[in-house]
Design a protein around this ligand. Structure first.
Ligand SMILES: C[S@@+](CC[C@H](N)C(=O)[O-])C[C@H]1O[C@@H](n2cnc3c(N)ncnc32)[C@H](O)[C@@H]1O
Length: 553
């Protein structure tokens, strides 16, 4: 089929796409020229509207037939030439309508049939966005990323991001096709990662939905929004989920009186909407209004606990520091390094989650059935006894002085560890450790994943003292650090070139730190990337499980 603009506005549209046959998909829209992100591809009036709520087939079919009868002959013909995925099940009118209806807004009671827009096929990683523009009473299609000449233009038919099998199921049930888009065709290892991200996106979406209604943990909900945006970015999803997330962040901020952050979030929501829907969409305009004056939002004044003024938006921060301010993660910037004495990130044995129960201190759930970690944790304990029977068994003493066994159920049964490190007086670190009840009624740790364990060659109390020093000398607050040699605070210190964590005024201070204040030994330990990781990683935000890099300790 050649290019057509039938049913759409007499614009330059024929230059942007043609309608043509696409292998295994019937017809579809293909870019006839390179289309830049944000380009308005199509703007079209409905042929007629259809109820999305009426489940009575007879009534719906009658109402559609009446609307078809009211069309011109040319439009009637065009309607009957549209694709019908329900030929075997429904009357032609109802089948074509159901195949081609596009929603007039999310959750709208009505949809409509379009002669061009209804030809757009689905992709789970779509490059275009369909929007019902209330002001124009037309559907608009915008490029949400750059589209190459000859590339198919796609939208997403699904309301929510789901994993591959859930998507395939829904597309088959509701639209009668098996999706083979880029995302659904990933090789198994990449698909697994993508599925995990999609599940996490869905879970966070649900959590944010619940969190928006309650004012109990706005910071956590804000951090969920931040994480959601990072995941959307990692998956390359640039659709309405992005401005929607910024609008969620806006609502959290303004609900608590934070006009500065609310302004930035509304600005980002507005520019995201402008790309997806155009400057003339009512949603874009609403976001722009909030960006100018966030107090116009109905929830403003609910609480003053984050009170700021619009003119306090920091303008002189670099990008990373600005993002930390925006998402209220500045505390991490002040004390950048983990404190091993923290019972939250480094719990004693009694506070570890049990294998068979769900501890909400570590896990949360969007649906009440499946649980995912919402933070990282690591068990630290000193080896007090080593036994090598069928498998390695360590007795370790935690920060509270409690002794517990660790049994090695790894494939190597403990042989994967460097034997020179398995000795009393050294400290074991076990990421995501859980309490396990053994058959002999003892309670300890059943260690299965070799990359979740590391042994550091120093006693636990020495490791905690090293953590204290890192807290004091590696932290930065508003550009100011403390010299490890002379304890003076300054903004212009020089970093230890070996470990990169400790700072000094000059060479004399560095020599004093090295020889008199123990940095010689500490620096050697801190060169271990796994130890550095424990200090530097963000324990409060879970994206994926961490592991120790060095398989041999
Ligand atoms: C709104 S129509 C899209 C235009 C249609 N391809 C045509 O020929 O007019 C929806 C139907 O197109 C087909 N379709 C859409 N996206 C597809 C895809 N990614 N793979 C295979 N078929 C698809 C399915 O039959 C679906 O029910």
């Amino acid at each position: 089929m050649s290019a057509t603009t039938q049913g759409s506005d007499p614009q330059d549209q024929a230059r942007l796409y043609t309608i043509q046959e696409i292998p295994n998909k019937g017809h579809g829209l293909v870019a006839s020229t390179a289309i830049a992100k944000g380009t308005h591809i199509l703007c079209e009036s409905p042929l007629f509207r259809v109820s999305r709520r009426d489940n009575n087939k007879k009534r719906l079919s009658d109402s559609i037939s009446k609307k078809i009868a009211a069309l011109s002959k040319e439009h009637q013909q065009a309607f009957y030439s549209l694709h019908n995925s329900y030929e075997d099940e429904l009357s032609p009118e109802l089948g074509i309508a159901r195949t081609n209806v596009l929603p007039l807004g999310s959750n709208a009671a009505e949809g409509a049939i379009f002669l061009d827009a209804s030809r757009i096929n689905h992709s789970c990683n779509n490059n275009a966005q369909n929007t019902w523009n209330e002001n124009l009473q037309k559907i608009t299609i915008h490029a949400i990323r750059d589209i190459a000449k000859g590339e198919e233009i796609t939208i997403i038919y699904l309301a929510a991001r789901r994993n591959r099998s859930a998507r395939l199921r829904e597309l088959q049930t509701s639209f009668r096709f098996t999706c083979s888009c880029d995302l659904c065709s990933l090789p198994p290892d990449q698909r697994k990662i993508s599925d995990e991200r999609c599940d996490e996106i869905q879970r966070l979406d649900d959590l944010i939905g619940c969190g928006m209604g309650s004012s109990s943990s706005p910071l956590q909900t804000l951090h969920h929004v931040h994480k959601l945006l990072n995941l959307l970015d990692s998956e390359g999803f640039a659709d309405a989920g992005v401005p929607r997330a910024y609008y969620d962040a806006f609502q959290i901020a303004i609900m608590h009186g934070d006009k500065a952050r609310a302004t930035v979030f509304a600005e980002r929501a507005a520019s995201g909407r402008a790309i997806l829907e155009g400057k003339d969409s009512s949603t874009t305009r609403k976001m722009e209004t909030y960006a100018r004056n966030p107090t116009q939002h109905a929830t403003y004044g609910h609480s003053n606990k984050w009170q700021t003024e619009q003119d306090t938006i920091p303008r002189d921060l670099d990008r990373a520091a600005f993002e930390r301010w925006l998402w209220k993660k500045e505390t991490a910037a002040v004390s950048q390094n983990a404190d091993f004495r923290s019972e939250v990130a480094f719990p004693s044995f009694k506070d570890l989650p049990g294998e068979n129960d769900v501890s909400l201190a570590y896990y949360d759930s969007g649906d009440g059935f499946t649980y995912h970690p919402h933070r990282h944790w690591c068990f630290l304990a000193e080896i007090v006894d080593v036994q090598r029977l069928i498998r390695l068994q360590l007795t370790v003493k935690d920060k509270n002085g409690r002794e517990v066994p660790i049994f090695f159920y790894t494939d190597g049964r403990g042989s994967e560890l460097d034997p020179s490190r398995i000795r009393p007086g050294f400290t074991v670190a076990v990421l995501y450790a859980e309490q396990h009840g053994f058959l002999d009624f003892s309670v300890g740790i059943r260690h299965e994943n070799p990359t979740s364990m590391k042994i550091f060659p120093l006693p636990l109390d020495k490791l905690l003292l090293l953590s204290d020093k890192v807290q004091q000398y590696a932290a930065e607050a508003e550009g100011v650090r403390t010299c490890q040699g002379c304890d003076q605070k300054a903004a212009s210190l020089q970093k230890c070139a070996r470990c990169g964590l400790f700072w000094y005024c000059n060479r004399d201070c560095q020599v004093a730190g090295w020889n008199q204040k123990g940095h010689k030994a500490d620096c050697k330990l801190l060169k271990d990337p796994d130890l550095r990781k424990l200090f530097l990683m963000n324990w409060d935000v879970f994206e994926n499980h961490h592991s120790f890099e060095e398989s041999k300790n």
